[in-house]
Design a protein. Structure first.
Length: 197
């Protein structure tokens, strides 16, 4: 297996205490490093950046200094893994704000003469995995709610900038986890890291 460059984007907005998302990311990283892959981690909760409030700021404003390394890490990566808890049916607002900031014209797609050209995707050639934890059963989210927020992320953000294929790992009923459940999921994420999937 060829060694790959992997960036983990930790999207849990609470940095004051460890959460399942953090343990899952650590397990994935451990597996990837055991298999000889290079791993970098972006912890969104530790970054300082404002939310975008206008199209002009997105198209013409400078990338906040606190996000320059994150953008460089995404450019470096061949495989991107996002971790986040499902909040009100979607990713946490802080993670969405982060993605809006880093996926700017000139980086995520070409920017010519003051306008974005969305046909020239800037992050083509990268694959991704999205790992989402939730309180409801994963099957309910996938089949009843049709995994709408994850599909939107895959289509309207990751696919929009050229990242494909995108695989998902949905982990439900986390509030009712027993010790064996946690160990099983940590082992699964470690295996995914080893295989860079």
């Amino acid at each position: 297996m060829t060694a790959k460059r992997i960036v983990l984007i930790q999207g849990h907005p609470d940095s004051t205490a460890p959460h399942l998302c953090h343990a899952l990311a650590d397990a994935y990283a451990a597996g990837a490093e055991e298999a000889g892959h290079s791993v970098r981690c972006i912890r969104v909760a530790a970054l300082d950046f404002p939310l975008l409030r206008s199209q002009q700021a997105w198209e013409e404003g400078a990338l906040p200094a606190g996000l320059q390394q994150a953008q460089a890490d995404i450019r470096w990566a061949e495989h991107i893994v996002l971790f986040f808890p499902l909040w009100l049916g979607d990713m946490p607002a802080l993670l969405k704000g982060f993605l809006e900031q880093v996926a700017r014209p000139g980086f995520a797609f070409e920017h010519e003469a003051g306008r974005a050209t969305f046909t020239n995707k800037g992050l083509t050639g990268r694959s991704a995995r999205v790992v989402v934890t939730m309180g409801m059963p994963a099957l309910v989210y996938r089949w009843y709610f049709r995994a709408h927020s994850v599909k939107s992320l895959e289509r309207n953000i990751l696919g929009f900038v050229g990242i494909a294929p995108v695989h998902t790992t949905l982990i439900g009923m986390v509030g009712d986890f027993k010790a064996d459940d946690g160990r099983r999921w940590l082992a699964k994420l470690r295996q995914l890291g080893q295989r860079t999937q």
